[in-house]
Write a protein that binds this ligand. Structure first.
Ligand code: ZN
Length: 147
């Protein structure tokens, strides 16, 4: 997994969300704009396609905590995912990227600890019976397998 696509997609995402306003401090601060649904669809797509783990972004509509967005990722084949990282308006663009970097790292860690092939080692009963990836595995070459 890598974040190279994410880096590429940052430009698309910035355009989708910010439009012509490049002010970092107001990033994602225009939820009430008339064209928000269309922008939101582009944001979701850019984040899903731009992250190795296929991260999601959802609106936070809880008024006690304040409006904002939550990012995270499910991991195919296991019953748990990354932490959900919440950002409340207004937040800086850099805070969103930092949260997505954490999601990528967490998803990668989950993958590494659960997607080993039969040659990687024995199932770990303390880890849902999943097999840790062995980076030296001669069968999957440390890539792991889809489960
Ligand atoms: Zn293996």
């Amino acid at each position: 997994m890598s974040t190279k696509n994410l880096i590429y997609n940052r430009m698309q995402l910035s355009i989708a969300v910010i439009g012509t306003d490049k002010s970092d401090a107001t990033f994602l601060g225009h939820v009430a704009e008339a064209d928000w649904p269309a922008r939101w669809a582009r944001v979701k797509k850019a984040i899903f396609k731009g992250t190795s783990c296929g991260a999601y972004i959802e609106p936070i509509l809880d008024c006690t905590e304040g409006l904002g967005v939550a990012v995270g990722s499910i991991v195919e084949g296991v019953d748990w995912g990354t932490d959900t990282h919440c950002l409340h308006y207004p937040f800086k663009e850099s805070e969103l990227w930092a949260a997505l970097e954490k999601v990528e790292a967490e998803a990668h860690e989950i993958w590494e600890s659960t997607h080993g092939c039969d040659e990687c080692g024995e199932p770990d009963e303390y880890n849902g019976g999943h097999i840790h990836i062995n980076p030296e595995c001669p069968s999957c070459h440390g890539e792991g397998v889809i489960i």
